[in-house]
Ligand binder design. Structure first.
Ligand code: CP
Length: 352
C-alpha cells in the first residue's frame, strides 16, 4: 500500500517500512546512484517552528537527490503573519512544489493541511502530537544497529506527555513483534491517555515506572527525551520538572553491553556529555540516519502524481477541547472524528 501524505505513523505498514528501509540501505551503499534521482523536483519546506535536524536533514536529503528546495523557517516572513489561513497557504505552496514538508506548533496541523494539498504532505512535527519522520530515523537506527525491529525491551524516558517522538515511536513499534515498554516518567509527564488507550488496544506490554537507574539493566533500547519547555502552559511547572532525569556514564555501568542509547535531539541536560564517548550512545548516528531515510521518502513523494483535493465542506460540528488543537485557530476546518471506545478528534487525537 502506498502512503500519499505522511501524517501519522499509524498509517505505516511493515511492508511499506521494509520497502523504504531497503531503498535507504541502497542509498547509503551507493549514494552516487541517487544524485540525480529528483532532478527537476521541488520540495517546499514550511517550518512554523524552530528545527535543526528535521529542517536541515530534509533540505540536504533533497539536495543530495539533485532536487531543489524553497520555504521558510520564520513564519513571520510569510503572509500567515497577515492572517492568511493554513488552508490557503497550503493551496498556494502545493501549486508551486512537488512535495511539502511542514512543521507546525498546532496539534493536528498536518492532517488539516493535507486536506488542501495537491501534492504529498509530510508531517515534520505537529505540536506535541506526532513526528513520524523522526520515527523513521529511529526505526532505521534500531533496524541497523539492533539487527531487527522487535524482540526487545524499550525504555522511553523523560517527557512522555509532550514528547511527540515517543508517541510516534510507540505507534510504529506496535506493528513489530515482542516489544516491551518501560515508560519512565514522573506522574505529571506520563504518557497521555490516548496513547495508553492505543497501547492497550494493540496488546502492547508496558510498565509505568519512575526510576531510571533501576530500569536500565533490563533495556535493549533506552530512548531519552528532553523536557519540552515550549509546550508547558505554566513555566513554573517546567522549572519544577526540568532535570528530573539525567543519564550519566555511571548509570550506564549496569546496562547491557549492546544497549542502544537513543535521543531524537536536541538535548538539554538529560544526557551528560560524558556519555557521548560511550559506544552505546548512538544519537548522533541516529540523526544522520534521519537524512538517509528522508532521502528514501522524498524519492517516493516527489514522484507521485499531483491530485486536486476534493472540496472540503467548512461546516463544523465538533469542538475539540485541546487548547493547542489546530481547530482552535483554523476555525473553518470540517468536523473530523473517530470512535475508539469514545469519540476522538480526528486532527489531534484528543478525547472529545
Ligand atoms: N529531532 C528533531 O526533531 O530535532 P529538531 O527539532 O532539531 O528538528
Amino acid at each position: 500500500m502506498e502512503i500519499r501524505h505522511l501524517i501519522n505513523i499509524e498509517d505505516v505498514t511493515v511492508e511499506w517500512w521494509n520497502d523504504l528501509y531497503s531503498t535507504c540501505k541502497d542509498i547509503i551503499a551507493h549514494p552516487e546512484d541517487y544524485s540525480d534521482a529528483c532532478r527537476g523536483k521541488v520540495m517546499a519546506s514550511l517550518f512554523f517552528e524552530p528545527s535543526t535536524r528535521t529542517n536541515f536533514s530534509f533540505q540536504t536529503a533533497m539536495l543530495r537527490l539533485g532536487g531543489s528546495v524553497f520555504g521558510f523557517s520564520d513564519p513571520s516572513a510569510t503572509s500567515s503573519s497577515k492572517g492568511e489561513t493554513l488552508a490557503d497557504t497550503i493551496r498556494m505552496v502545493s501549486s508551486y512544489a512537488d512535495t511539502i514538508v511542514m512543521r507546525n506548533p498546532k496539534e493536528g496541523a498536518a492532517k488539516a493541511a493535507s486536506l488542501y494539498s495537491e501534492v504529498p504532505l509530510i508531517n515534520a512535527g505537529d505540536g506535541g502530537h506526532m513526528h513520524p519522520t523522526q520515527t523513521l530515523a529511529d526505526l532505521t537506527t534500531i533496524n541497523t544497529l539492533h539487527g531487527e525491529i522487535g524482540n526487545m525491551n524499550v525504555g522511553l524516558c523523560g517527557d512522555l506527555k509532550y514528547g511527540r517522538t515517543v508517541h510516534s515511536l510507540v505507534m510504529a513499534l506496535s506493528k513489530f513483534p515482542n516489544v516491551t515498554y518501560y515508560l519512565i516518567a514522573p506522574r505529571d509527564l506520563a504518557m497521555p491517555e490516548y496513547m495508553l488507550t492505543f497501547m492497550k488496544k494493540h496488546g502492547q506490554k508496558y510498565y509505568e515506572v519512575t526510576n531510571l537507574e533501576s530500569t536500565i539493566p533490563q533495556l535493549d533500547v533506552l530512548y531519552m527525551t528532553r523536557i519540552q519547555r515550549e509546550r508547558f502552559p505554566d513555566p513554573l511547572e517546567y522549572d519544577r520538572l526540568k532535570g528530573v532525569y539525567v543519564l550519566t556514564k555511571r548509570k550506564l555501568d549496569q546496562a547491557k553491553k549492546d544497549l542502544l542509547v537513543m535521543h531524537p535531539l536536541p538535548r538539554v541536560d538529560e544526557i551528560a556529555v560524558d556519555v557521548d564517548s560511550d559506544p552505546r550512545a548512538v544519537y548522533f548516528e541516529q540523526a544522520r540516519y534521519g537524512m538517509f531515510i528522508r532521502m528514501a521518502l522524498l524519492l517516493r513523494t516527489t514522484h507521485m502524481p499531483r491530485i486536486k483535493p476534493p472540496y472540503v465542506d467548512p461546516a463544523r460540528e465538533h469542538r475539540c477541547r485541546n487548547k493547542v488543537c489546530v481547530t482552535q485557530s483554523e476555525t473553518y476546518l470540517p468536523s473530523l472524528t473517530y470512535d475508539a471506545d469514545g469519540l476522538y478528534c480526528g486532527y489531534c487525537d484528543s478525547k472529545l
